[in-house]
Design a protein around this ligand. Structure first.
Ligand SMILES: C[S@@+](CC[C@H](N)C(=O)[O-])C[C@H]1O[C@@H](n2cnc3c(N)ncnc32)[C@H](O)[C@@H]1O
Length: 317
């Protein structure tokens, strides 16, 4: 994996190795050759109107501690350094539109864009994407449904994100559903034993837990997305050795999945915390023996500013 910093961005960025680029994506995208990517996954800031933060904590056994555990045990918690990025835009569409135009240019003729957003901006972004790609290139609206965090009692608690899927060419795009993990049937007894054992193909509503608090993929980066949902996109919409791009990379979920599935990747992020997290995570995957361990646990703030204070619930999905 090759790293490039904003100060050393070349005029043309060569795709000769997996790349981790620390820079504003507006500076990076025009320097990449067009038509190179099988898949672009982006999960930009959602314009929630506040900074996205994640406070990491260390927990130690202590009979007088502030935190209750199983079987009456108690623990003290100490706050470690937090990670954060800004998520407030006066003109969100003005920010995202030029980047989406670049995404369209960068996709190969068989390529697919997965655009991850939430209910506040999804409809405006859909209209913008229709303009840039053409309505005939819209393939799916995927709903990622989860169950985590506080529940407001003033309206239906929002527990889903939207992933808009557009292709460069509706007659030529790559989609291989045989590569995708299958789900258990709800009533397997109504299927033949063979069908029940094989499971069913996922539809456009994906029930999937958020990144589990104590799971091995947890990095502590705010708004990290689970590998399970990104794996489906990469498996279905890119080919082995094909190039995948995430220019709002965060903790590097797309890179981790691409590396595991034998795809090449380019990750871009403007935050030094994100780049440090990606580097640690990807080194652990690609050079496991040398990798330092990350602090393990984090408290999650709800992404919904109208939600009641987090109840620190465990995911149930
Ligand atoms: C929602 S997070 C992405 C999380 C990621 N999908 C993951 O699984 O960890 C959005 C990221 O976009 C980055 N970002 C925001 N504006 C950017 C810009 N102009 N150029 C590059 N990165 C940017 C932020 O630093 C943040 O890491």
């Amino acid at each position: 994996m090759r790293s490039i910093d904003a100060a050393e961005l070349p005029e043309r960025i060569r795709l000769d190795d997996d790349l981790l680029i620390h820079a504003d994506n507006a500076e990076v995208l025009p320097r990449l050759d067009g038509g190179m990517f099988d898949l672009i996954y982006i999960d930009p800031p959602f314009n929630t109107g506040r900074a996205q933060t994640r406070t990491q904590i260390a927990v130690a056994p202590d009979p007088a501690g502030d935190r209750a555990g199983f079987a009456g045990r108690r623990y003290t918690t100490t706050a470690l350094a937090g990670r954060a990025y800004a998520d407030v835009f006066d003109d969100y569409l003005g920010f995202i539109a030029p980047r989406l135009r670049e995404a369209h240019r960068l996709l190969a003729s068989n390529g697919t864009l997965y655009f991850h957003i939430d209910y506040r901006e999804a409809h405006y972004c859909k209209i913008l994407l229709d303009e840039i790609f053409g309505r005939e290139c819209f393939i799916n609206e995927i709903i990622w449904a989860y169950d985590y965090g506080g529940r407001t009692k003033r309206r239906w608690p929002a527990k889903h994100d939207t992933i808009l899927v557009y292709v460069r060419d509706p007659a030529a795009y790559h989609f291989d559903c045989a590569e995708v993990d299958r789900e258990p049937y709800m009533a397997p007894g109504l299927q033949t034993p063979e069908r029940a054992a094989a499971g069913k193909l996922p539809v456009d509503v994906w029930w999937h837990t958020i990144v589990p608090t104590s799971g091995s993929e947890k990095t502590g980066y705010p708004t990290q997305k689970p590998e399970g949902i990104v794996r489906r996109m990469v498996a279905a919409s890119s080919r082995r050795e094909g190039w995948c791009l995430d220019f709002f990379a965060g903790s590097g979920t797309l890179g981790a999945v691409a590396a595991a599935l034998g795809r090449r990747f380019v990750l871009v992020d403007s935050s030094p915390d994100a780049i440090a997290t990606c580097r640690t995570r990807l080194r652990a995957l690609m050079e496991p023996a040398d990798a330092p361990m990350e602090p393990s646990d984090a408290l999650i703030e709800p992404s919904d500013p109208l939600a009641e204070p987090a109840e620190r619930m465990q995911p149930t999905a």
